[in-house]
Write a protein that binds this ligand. Structure first.
Ligand SMILES: C[S@@+](CC[C@H](N)C(=O)[O-])C[C@H]1O[C@@H](n2cnc3c(N)ncnc32)[C@H](O)[C@@H]1O
Length: 263
C-alpha cells in the first residue's frame, strides 16, 4: 500500500497547537455537530491521520473508524489513543486503506463519512467522493474539507507577498502550510461531484476567513472572540466565499419504500 502522506505526516502533526489548526478543528467540530446524528453514531474518517478530528468525536461517544493510507499516521493515532481512556480507545478502530478503494465491508455501513484535508492531494476528487457516498447508509452524511480554489491569493496577499498573490489569481494550485503544492476545489465543482455520487448538499461553510494568514501563531487570549467571528463569517456570504477552506456537507437520500407505508 502506497503511503500517500507525501512525507508530510510528522510536519503536519507538529502543527496541532497552532491557531490555524485549532480554528480548523473547532470550527469543523461545531459545523459537524449541526449535521451528525445523536451519539453514538458510526463515523468513518477517511484520511483521518492521527485522529485529530475523530478522537474528540470518540470522546463524545461516537464509534469511529479511521481509514488512512499512511502507516506513520496510524501509528501516531495509536500513540494518541494509548493516552486516552479505555472506553475512548474501544470506540476507535484504525484501518489502513485508501478511500477511493473503500473496503467492501464498509458499504452502506456508516452514519457519517468524513474526509478532511485529503482531496487537495488528489488530482480528481470524484472517486473519493463516490467511495464516501458508498460507505454511508441511506440518510447518512458525507463531510469534505477542501482547499478553496477561488481564494488562493488571499493568504499571500495578506502576508504582503503581492507578486505571489497575483500569480495565484489564475490557478487552482498553491503551496500549502507544509510547503507542498496542492490543488484547490470550488463549491460548484464539489457540489457537482456530490450530485454525481447521489448526495444532496445540506450546507457549505468557509473555514478561516479573517485569520488564515495568522495560522502559524499560537492561539492567544483572543481565541474565543476569533472563534466566534470565524464561526459567524464562515456561515454567511460574502465572507465564506473567500475562506481558505471549503467545508461541504451532503446527505445520501433516505431509502423510501415503494407504495408508501402499509396502512
Ligand atoms: C493533511 S492530513 C489530514 C488529517 C486529518 N483528516 C485532519 O483533518 O487533520 C491527510 C491524510 O490523508 C491521508 N491520505 C491521503 N490520501 C489518502 C487516500 N487516498 N485515502 C485515505 N487516506 C489518504 C494521509 O496519509 C494523511 O494522513
Amino acid at each position: 500500500m502506497e503511503d500517500r502522506s507525501f512525507g508530510l505526516a510528522g510536519r503536519y502533526n507538529a502543527l496541532d497547537g497552532n491557531l490555524g489548526q485549532v480554528l480548523r478543528r473547532r470550527l469543523l467540530a461545531r459545523q459537524l455537530d449541526l449535521h451528525l446524528p445523536a451519539v453514538p453514531a458510526g463515523i468513518l474518517d477517511v484520511g483521518g491521520g492521527a485522529g485529530q478530528q475523530s478522537i474528540p468525536l470518540a470522546r463524545e461517544g461516537h464509534e469511529v473508524t479511521i481509514l488512512d493510507t499512511s502507516r506513520e499516521m496510524l501509528e501516531e493515532a495509536r500513540h494518541r489513543l494509548n493516552a486516552a481512556d479505555e472506553e475512548v480507545r474501544r470506540r476507535v478502530r484504525l484501518v489502513r486503506g485508501a478511500g477511493e478503494e473503500m473496503p467492501g465491508t464498509f458499504t452502506a455501513t456508516f452514519d457519517a463519512a468524513l474526509c478532511h484535508g485529503v482531496v487537495m492531494y488528489l488530482e480528481d476528487p470524484r472517486p473519493m467522493i463516490r467511495g464516501l457516498a458508498a460507505a454511508v447508509r441511506p440518510g447518512g452524511i458525507v463531510s469534505v474539507l477542501a482547499k478553496n480554489a477561488a481564494a488562493l491569493a488571499v493568504r499571500p496577499a495578506l502576508k504582503g507577498r503581492y507578486r505571489e498573490a497575483l500569480a495565484l489569481l489564475d490557478t487552482d494550485r498553491a503551496a500549502g502550510g507544509l510547503g507542498a503544492v496542492t490543488r484547490g476545489d470550488t463549491v460548484e465543482g464539489l457540489s457537482g461531484s456530490f450530485a454525481g455520487a447521489g448526495l444532496e448538499i445540506e450546507r457549505w461553510y468557509g473555514v478561516r476567513v479573517f485569520t488564515d494568514h495568522l495560522g502559524d501563531r499560537p492561539p492567544g487570549d483572543e481565541l474565543p472572540d476569533v472563534l466566534e467571528l470565524e464561526w459567524e463569517a464562515g456561515r454567511r456570504d460574502p465572507y465564506r466565499s473567500v475562506a481558505r477552506l471549503i467545508h461541504i456537507v451532503g446527505r445520501k437520500p433516505a431509502a423510501h419504500r415503494e407504495g408508501g407505508d402499509p396502512a
